[in-house]
Design a protein around this ligand. Structure first.
Ligand code: MG
Length: 270
């Protein structure tokens, strides 16, 4: 009930949507998979599959995951820099990384294993290419990622994200049609257009303090994602800001917040 009151108060503060009156319904992205579901662990194949399983129930658009390259040039799905007892995934060998277990007992997946598991799921994949130690290495990582994505025929099922503008540029060079979002929060929508990217994916604090970027980006034809929002009030605030996507560790809560907001809005308009 308290949550409803807060949302009702926000509705009074923001009576109409910013983009021509029609409210954009943010779509939900499960951060590192739906790992909060039973037997999930961040970046595990189970968490990916759970995002697919709960797609309809919570209206999940996509599932995010992180890709790193080991010292012997193998791509693994792992946030890094740490993994289990390893302090730097990018400096460890594949065998060393593979010996690490996720919280649910799964081994750290290879990118190939992950893409294979994702193939038939009813969700989009949000593939984050992690920054690496040099532009040269980042080019190698991107080439390998693109090769794997093509080998699995998943070019259309994947949205790419990265904190490295070099990585974003290189993905664009190799995949002219790809959807690519920049994560680092330091470039304006106009600069993102100059890099020929598809959108901005910035933190809550960046978008909260640069809220004008949201409508500026959308007027330029870009999409806007906000990460990683787990607080219900912040979720609702971003709904009122008309973002296109909300990345969250809690798809269930995010779905409730969006649904409640839209229901109250509908009632208010009747
Ligand atoms: Mg990530």
């Amino acid at each position: 009930m308290k949550t409803l009151t807060i949302i009702a108060a926000i509705l009074l503060l923001f009576p109409t949507g910013g983009m021509g009156g029609d409210k954009v319904v943010p779509q939900i992205i499960a951060h590192r998979g739906y790992w909060k579901a039973a037997e999930g662990a961040k970046n595990s194949i189970t968490a990916l599959e759970k995002a697919g399983e709960f797609q309809e129930k919570y209206d999940i658009y996509g599932s995010e995951f992180d890709v790193n390259m080991t010292a012997d040039s193998q791509l693994v799905v792992c946030h890094g820099p740490k993994a289990g007892t390893i302090s730097a995934v990018q400096k460890a060998t594949f065998d060393e990384v593979r010996q690490q277990k996720l919280e649910n007992g799964e081994a750290v997946p290879t990118l190939d294993e992950y893409l294979e598991a994702a193939k038939d799921l009813p969700i989009q994949l949000i593939l984050e290419v992690k920054t690496h130690s040099s532009i040269q290495i980042e080019k190698v990582v991107v080439a390998k990622v693109v090769e794997a994505v093509k080998a699995h025929g998943l070019e259309k099922k994947i949205d790419f994200i990265s904190f490295s503008i070099n990585i974003c540029d290189e993905i664009r060079r190799l995949l002219p049609e790809a959807t690519i979002f920049y994560l680092n929060g330091d470039l304006s929508p106009k600069q993102i257009v100059e890099h020929n990217l598809s959108g901005i994916s910035y933190s809550f604090s960046v978008l909260d303090s640069n809220a004008r970027w949201i409508s500026q980006a959308q007027k330029l034809g870009l999409k806007v994602n906000v990460w990683t929002v787990n607080d219900p009030k912040k979720m609702t605030k971003m709904v009122t800001y008309d973002v296109n996507y909300i990345t969250t560790d809690d798809p269930e809560l995010c779905h409730t917040q969006i649904d409640t907001y839209n229901t109250l809005k509908k009632q208010k308009m009747q």
